[in-house]
Design a protein around this ligand. Structure first.
Ligand SMILES: Cc1cc2nc3c(=O)[nH]c(=O)nc-3n(C[C@H](O)[C@H](O)[C@H](O)COP(=O)(O)OP(=O)(O)OC[C@H]3O[C@@H](n4cnc5c(N)ncnc54)[C@H](O)[C@@H]3O)c2cc1C
Length: 91
């Protein structure tokens, strides 16, 4: 079956991955940048260096996402860091 998916953010791309691995022919239609809110942009075309459009993290409890990373052999790109979030209040 041919399937069209509108939107190439993480949701559309994950659905496309699942369906194509189930044997379906999938086309993703993206109006702007693949990756959507989680996309990056080039800061150096020569070295192929990109920077995130927004900051992003996952938690060690995001098991489904960690499985997705492993399924795609991207574990070597996943690093864990201690959280250093703070709130500035009243100056
Ligand atoms: C500042 C910020 C920080 C965040 N930090 C985190 C984080 O740390 N951890 C985390 O897990 N999540 C974070 N998120 C949330 C995460 O980025 C989003 O939940 C996730 O990327 C959404 O993915 P999506 O595919 O559902 O939607 P989107 O990324 O919005 O993708 C939808 C895509 O569909 C395309 N589209 C829409 N309409 C059409 C059309 N008619 N035709 C073709 N294409 C179309 C859009 O261009 C877009 O690329 C953050 C979000 C923001 C904004």
């Amino acid at each position: 079956m041919k399937i069209g998916i509108i939107g190439g953010g993480i949701t559309g791309l994950t659905v496309a991955l699942r369906l194509s691995r189930s044997g379906h022919a999938v086309t993703v239609y993206e109006q702007d940048t693949p990756g959507g809110l989680a996309s990056g942009f080039s800061i150096n075309d020569k070295t192929n260096t990109t920077l995130e459009r927004y900051y992003h993290h996952i938690f060690s409890t995001d098991h489904a996402f960690i499985r997705l990373i492993a399924e795609n052999d991207l574990e070597k790109n996943l690093t864990w860091h201690p959280s250093k979030t703070g709130i500035c209040s009243e100056g």
